[in-house]
Design a protein around this ligand. Sequence first.
Ligand code: CP3
Length: 357
Amino acid sequence: MSAAADPAPSAAPSDSDLVRAARGLPVSRTPVWFMRQAGRSLPEYRALRAGTGMLAACQDPDLVTEITLQPVRRHGVDAAILFSDIVLPLLVAGVDLDIKPGVGPVVAQPIRSVADVDALPPLEPDRLAFLDTAVRQLVAELGPTPLIGFAGAPFTLATYLIEGGPSKEHARTKAFMYAEPEAWGRLLDRLAVSAATFLRTQVDAGASAVQLFDSWAGVLSAADYAERVLPHSRAVFDGLGSRDVPRIHFGVGTGELLPLIGDAGADVVGVDWRIPLDEAARRVGPGRSLQGNLDPAVLLADRSTVDREVRRVVEQGRAARGHVFNLGHGVLPDTDPGVLTHVVELVHELSMSPAHP
Ligand code: CP3
């Protein structure tokens, strides 16, 4: 296929610009989607969610389908991401937790001992029928647009289980990791198994790519990450077996971990805004594509700043084997949805014209 400007989407999601960029193949335009594109920045989302709790909504196939489609219809993004949450596999397995509005996941009985680790219930695949239904419905509705399935990585899930909720320093998590290395390994093993089950269900129902969110891995040194976390994230990707879908691996503040994040088994490394994409491409090496990395706060600035920063990210992304345009982290709730639509149009327009000298 030539890289000629042909804005028409190809017929199969497996041959979409998202999948092609993830594999380092030529694309018609740089594909763009946004982490947290489904959610509070959209009035139609708030209307649909009114009266339904976050975790109940995630288990209702019709709501999941509609909420996932909303940003695709509104912004014309090149991929849908399943409306769900990283803590959902834990909830389905029987962990007592909730997502508190404006706070995040809160766990009723945090893991504080080796016995707590051993009491963590396994995720039975037959409890994921709602997920299979939602993904099948979505794939039918999406047509040529690929659906990205996702899961939380073992480390990031462990932070919620051990801290009991969101935290900045993750001190209890690290203390447990150092004090109880065997139980830590067992905990992350179990979380890897349930994350892999969650991903397999989505891929077998038709998801065209997967993203593993290790949002908080950036709090670790490279040595600790390599020894105590990476093998478990690799186990999640390995759990996909021969399923031939691109694997995206993302964390925040991972500048020093970028080569390792790739080594865990990613086709695409997600990068936050702290490291320019040309530098990230050097750190990650030639065999992987990049995703990112506009600072979500830029979308709250004036239009000329937005345009300048989008242009910079598109230019720097040309250094990568393939580039999937995204934010460096999720859409902030106050973001004007019109700005997101504008960014999609601008990325498409810029990436169809030759690079600036
Ligand atoms: O990206 C998408 O649009 C798809 C849906 C999605 C959600 N959560 C929906 C959601 C995805 C991919 C996630 C992943 C997720 N959840 C991560 C990894 C990505 C990241 O942001 O780093 C993490 C760490 C979580 C845990 C979590 N769930 C947090 C920190 C929060 C925010 C709390 C808040 O209200 O500020 C949630 C809740 C959540 N997950 C919301 C949505 C749309 C908001 C809840 C609501 O609308 O009531």
